[in-house]
Design a protein around this ligand. Structure first.
Ligand SMILES: [Zn+2]
Length: 401
């Protein structure tokens, strides 16, 4: 199979004009400019108004959530509202949310997604991007935390034995440190291998900052209402002491990191996942993007969920990032959404770039001006989303020769 387009953006190297990419099975075999290698016409797809680029890596989502009708002025009120809404959902509601949201993820260019989940549906019938599933431990009381931990372990075992599992990987993580009973956290970190993916919400909101620093505020009240204790002051330091900071750790949000936190993240090569849409929804303090990048901390991007965002669109997150941080160029934003995401997931040698031998995770993005590849930034949907050499989404505009 060959794809041709006026532009190919490998991300790791300069864009190629009038270019082609050749794939065989699930991998890229070659790419170049000019006339493509001889190939049977029915196996060539031309994209005359598009740029081809590596699939976007969405480093944080909750596919099962839907609807943004939750309070946004208080994080604790939002969390209560989201939990109530989820508890009232039927099995069919959850399966429908999965189906619709996976379709939206593909339409907007995500080829890999780190998905946090409380109750993974048994059957995932919908077509979906690569899923790095994270079963959450959640519960301020020891009883609830133990139940969710046990459920997550059972799910992990079940999925590991399942033939043709829909998940590329299935790992367990506490949703956050403040929302899980300390005994269960200790147990989890004692049992786990530090080589496994850990994805955890840390220092997301002002209310969390108040909880850790003073043990007061609405989020602190939420933890108390759920039978929990204020026991921790320094979440990043605690993770460091419990082998919870490694190159396989994703710190989700990290909006209120101090200098000591930043040093620990740098030393451990952990990644931070910035979610521009969700950040705006809660009107957090500005994210210290330039500061973290200058410290060589790996920053990747995520959509978070529809409970705090209007779309699960990495194209939109990239646009918002550039709009809010003029010091970030479009090519840099693409790196965050591709190469950096691949590094965070431990797949930097296979994904995040268009390169021979890499996985054929490729998207075709419409260009408003075919002479200018930067015009891809305006696109709200892709023409095509190809994962492991299989086209999982395409618009009618694409035509085989
Ligand atoms: Zn989240």
């Amino acid at each position: 199979m060959i794809f041709t387009a006026p532009w190919i953006i490998p991300v790791s190297s300069p864009p190629l004009k009038n270019a082609w990419v050749q794939l065989k099975g699930d991998s890229i075999t070659a790419l170049g400019t000019g006339t493509p290698p001889t190939h049977s016409p029915e196996e060539t797809i031309d994209f005359p108004n598009a740029a081809l680029m590596p699939g976007l890596i969405n480093a944080h989502a909750h596919i099962e959530f839907s609807g943004t009708s939750h309070p946004q002025n208080s994080f604790a009120a939002w969390a209560r509202s989201v939990q109530n809404a989820q508890q009232n959902k039927s099995k069919t509601d959850l399966e429908n949310a999965w189906q619709q949201n996976c379709q939206q993820l593909l339409k907007t260019g995500s080829t890999s997604v780190v998905n946090h989940c409380n109750a993974t549906p048994e059957n995932i019938n919908s077509i979906h991007p690569r899923l790095f599933q994270i079963a959450e431990i959640v519960g301020s009381s020891a009883t609830t935390a133990t139940q969710t931990y046990q459920y997550a372990c059972e799910q992990q075992l079940h999925r590991s034995r399942q033939p043709n599992s829909p998940f590329e990987s299935f790992n367990i993580s506490p949703t956050s440190l403040y929302a899980v009973a300390p005994l269960v956290l200790e147990q989890f970190f004692k049992n786990r291998s530090p080589h496994q993916l850990l994805s955890i919400h840390v220092k997301e909101s002002r209310e969390e900052h108040e909880l850790f620093n003073h043990g007061t505020g609405p989020l602190s009240q939420l933890v108390k209402d759920r039978g929990g204790l204020m026991w921790l002051k320094d979440p990043i330091g605690w993770l460091a002491e419990h082998e919870g900071l490694t190159e396989k750790t994703l710190i989700i949000h990290g909006n209120y990191l101090n200098e000591t936190d930043q040093n620990l993240l740098k030393q451990s090569q952990a990644s931070v996942v910035h979610c521009p849409g969700s950040h705006q929804y809660f009107k957090h303090e500005p994210f210290p993007l330039a500061e973290l990048l200058s410290e060589d901390i790996n920053i990747c991007l995520g959509t978070d969920s529809l409970a705090s965002n209007t779309e699960l669109s990495m194209l939109q997150e990239i646009r918002w990032l550039i709009a809010r941080y003029p010091e970030i160029s479009y090519p840099q934003a693409l790196e965050l959404a591709t190469i950096n995401g691949a590094q965070a997931l431990g797949v930097a040698e296979q994904r995040g770039q268009l390169k021979a031998t890499f996985d054929a995770d490729i998207i075709a993005i419409p260009l408003s001006d075919p002479n200018d590849w930067h015009s891809a930034v305006e696109a709200t949907e892709v023409f095509m989303n190809c994962v492991a050499g299989k086209i999982l989404y395409s618009t009618p505009q694409i035509a085989t020769r």
